[in-house]
Structures are given as structure tokens and as C-alpha cells.
Design a protein around this ligand. Structure first.
Ligand SMILES: Nc1ncnc2c1ncn2[C@@H]1O[C@@H]2COP(=O)(O)O[C@H]2[C@H]1O
Length: 392
């Protein structure tokens, strides 16, 4: 098994997102598909106003303007020009316990962030936005977000709020949906379609019919860190800034901070950009095992990759009825990559040696997010043969 040590672990707990009030706003936006009749018998909106995604409203809850998810470069700039955000708008009364970074680094470029960044203004009641949708649209949203790890931490009420607040946006081929440097109003989840991401004119990433983007500007109150252009016709679901910050930001931020220093110190991931590691953090899930518990069974089909967060694991392999024991694994070591790289059954059994905590990555995320380090992973698998030979 390959070895990548970490020196320290950084686990940060943040408070639970506040529960929404029952008060809801209904919103029709002609830019996002035809308005559909409200079909919410048990959750009928009590208040009918127009939503806005501005920071101003997040503080005051005073409807001011309707800001559609930006469809073009020009519109994004228009929104940016219309933005009324000032330092005076900042509510830093409820900033999370860890100091807010003064800037975030994206591909070597530092982007300044506001002191308000991590404050979802929990002192103010949250007024959920309701954009009426057909059952067919709701079904498509549910299918789309079921595939997306960011939504897994949401409880039932939060999922309802997210589905209610999402706006469908049809994107034409070659459309610049986000422009680097612009003000961010919306977070986007891809239902279908492909997009290229450019930072300072250089292509850094491609989204292929899945994923989400646009969270950074909303989380850090910073300018858009990248330009995103569609390379096919596409359908995305746009979530306004207020709902994103109220429902999704804390989980996202908690996970990114929880795994930040852990991932930063993994040798395997050292060639990745901070943003690439942040996306890995989004996709990781922690699991704990008790002493002797089997994590991986030789011969099984493999669909997870594991990194040890704390504790130790033992590795053994049975060949021709003879069981061989390999060197144990410890914090920072990874395992489970072989089956994902080769599509072969698990080649060894891994068990917890004492209490074991691992961060796991599913196969789809492994393929999508660890692509840049696949060569390193493959190279490291050559060590297995050497270790095995030395055990005789
Ligand atoms: N390498 C990258 N660097 C920065 N942003 C990226 C990168 N790849 C994808 N993105 C997304 O591009 C989005 C641009 O808008 P945001 O800055 O709000 O959030 C950004 C991320 O969601």
C-alpha cells in the first residue's frame, strides 16, 4: 500500500444551520422557463413578493429588485454595476469561530474577501423563496441534486427550500454564464451540458454533464474567480445567493475547513491547486470502524477510495490458501485505489487495527477529481509487487 503521511489534523465544528421560518416568497422569473401554477398543498406560501439575491436584502429582507441568474457576459456586468454592496452592509455579528481568510488563493491569484463572508446573518429570520414549478421540473431537480454531494448534508426541510428556490435556466451554446471578476448572485447546479472554466484566460477545468459552480463568490463575497462558458446547450438550476448561504454554505464550508489542512499535507495531492483540493473535500465522507472491522474484503467489487484520517489499518492477502500480512497503514496513507484504477476485484483485505477513521471518496468522484494524480497513483501501485516480493 502506498504511504502518504500528514503531520496534523484540523477538525473544525460549526453550528447547525438555522431552521427556516414558514414565511415564503413566491417568485416568477420569465428568464427561467414559463411560470407554472403553485402546487404545494401543504406548504402554501404565506407571503407573495419578489425575491432578490442582493446582499442588501439578506440584511433587511426588503424586496428591492429581481436579479435573474446572469445569462450573458453583458448581463453579469450589468448586475455588477447594479450591485449596492458596501462595507456598511456587512453583518459580522455572527462570523463562524475560525478566522475568515482575508483572501482566497485561486490558481496562484489572491482574491480578497469581505468580513461578512462566512456570516449567513442568522440573527435575521430566513424567508424562503418559492418559485412555482411543475412536478416534472421538481423531479428533474431531485434527480440532479441526488447526484450532487453538496446536498447530502441537507435535511428534508432544507431540501424542500432548495427545490422551491431553484430557477431553471436554459443555456445556449457558447454562453458565458459566469464572468471572472463579476459580482456573484447565483450558484449553479448542472442538469446537463458541458462547460469550460477559464482563470485569467487559461482553461483550468471542464464540467461534463454534472457538478456545480459559482459557490466561491457567494461564500467569500469575492469577485467571480473564473469565467465559465458553455460548450453545448445546457440546462442548469440557479440557486440565489441568500438560499445558498443559508442552506448550503455552512456544510460546504465546514467540510472544506475540516479537510483543508489534512488534504494539503497529503503528498499524493501536493500537485493539485487549492481549488481542486476544495472540491475533493466536498466529496469526502468520514467513516469510522471499530477494532477488527473489515473495511475492504479481498475479492469484493470496489467502489470507494480511502484515506486514513486517524488510527491504523492492517492489510492481508490470501493466495493459494496462504495468508500474507503486509505492512500496516496509518494516518495519511491511502488504500482502495487499485480496484478503481483497474476495475478488478479487491486484491487484499483491509481491517481496522484499533479505532479507525477514514475519509472516503466514491468511484465517480475518484475518477473526476483525482484525474490529475492518476499517474502518481498508478506509479505507486508498482510498490505493491516489490512489497509482496520482499515478504517471502
Ligand atoms: N480552478 C478553478 N478556480 C476557481 N474557480 C473554479 C475553478 N474551477 C471551477 N471553478 C468554479 O468557477 C466559479 C466562478 O465563480 P465563483 O468564483 O463564484 O466560483 C467558481 C467555482 O465554482
Amino acid at each position: 500500500m502506498s504511504c502518504c503521511r500528514v503531520k496534523k489534523e484540523d477538525t473544525v465544528n460549526t453550528s447547525v444551520p438555522s431552521k427556516p421560518a414558514n414565511d415564503k416568497r413566491v417568485h416568477h422569473n420569465p428568464d427561467f422557463g414559463p411560470p407554472t401554477p403553485a402546487t404545494q398543498p401543504n406548504r402554501s406560501p404565506q407571503k407573495v413578493t419578489t425575491p432578490t439575491a442582493t446582499h442588501q436584502e439578506e440584511r433587511n429582507h426588503t424586496p428591492q429588485k429581481v436579479t435573474a441568474p446572469t445569462a450573458t457576459h453583458q448581463e453579469e456586468h450589468r448586475d455588477s454595476l447594479q450591485s449596492n454592496e458596501t462595507e456598511d452592509d456587512i453583518d459580522d455579528s455572527d462570523v463562524l469561530t475560525k478566522p475568515i481568510p482575508k483572501s482566497v488563493t485561486i490558481r496562484g491569484r489572491r482574491v480578497s474577501v469581505s468580513a461578512e463572508s462566512m456570516s449567513p446573518s442568522k440573527t435575521e429570520p430566513f424567508v424562503p423563496i418559492v418559485i412555482p414549478k411543475s412536478d416534472e421540473q421538481k423531479e428533474r431537480i431531485n434527480v440532479t441534486i441526488a447526484k450532487n454531494i453538496l446536498f447530502r448534508g441537507c435535511d428534508e426541510d432544507q431540501m424542500h427550500n432548495v427545490v422551491d428556490a431553484m430557477m431553471e435556466k436554459k443555456v445556449g451554446l457558447g454562453e458565458e454564464i459566469i464572468t471572472q471578476g463579476a459580482v456573484g448572485d447565483y450558484f449553479y447546479v448542472i442538469e446537463n451540458g458541458t462547460f469550460d472554466v477559464f482563470v485569467n484566460g487559461n482553461k483550468v477545468h471542464t464540467y461534463n454533464n454534472e457538478g456545480c459552480f459559482g459557490e466561491l463568490a457567494l461564500m467569500y463575497n469575492s469577485p467571480r474567480a473564473a469565467t465559465i462558458t458553455s460548450t453545448s446547450e445546457a440546462t442548469v438550476w440557479a440557486l440565489d445567493r441568500v438560499t445558498f448561504r443559508r442552506i448550503l454554505m455552512e456544510n460546504t464550508n465546514r467540510k472544506r475547513r475540516m479537510y483543508e489542512s489534512f488534504l494539503e499535507e497529503l503528498k499524493l495531492l501536493s500537485s493539485l491547486e487549492p481549488y481542486e483540493r476544495a472540491k475533493i473535500a466536498d466529496a469526502l465522507e468520514s467513516r469510522t470502524y471499530t477494532d477488527g472491522e473489515v473495511v475492504i474484503q479481498q475479492g469484493d467489487v470496489g467502489d470507494q477510495f480511502y484515506i486514513i484520517e486517524s488510527g491504523e489499518a492492517s492489510v492481508s492477502k490470501t493466495e493459494d490458501g496462504v495468508e500474507k500480512t503486509f505492512p500496516g497503514l496509518k494516518k495519511g496513507d491511502y488504500f482502495g485505489e487499485l480496484a478503481l484504477l483497474t476495475d478488478k476485484p479487491r486484491q487484499a483485505t483491509v481491517k481496522a487495527n484499533g479505532k479507525l477513521k477514514v475519509a472516503t471518496l466514491g468511484k465517480a468522484a475518484f475518477v473526476r477529481l483525482l484525474g490529475p494524480v492518476v499517474d502518481i497513483l498508478k506509479r505507486n501501485t508498482e510498490n505493491y509487487a516489490q512489497i509482496q516480493a520482499s515478504i517471502h
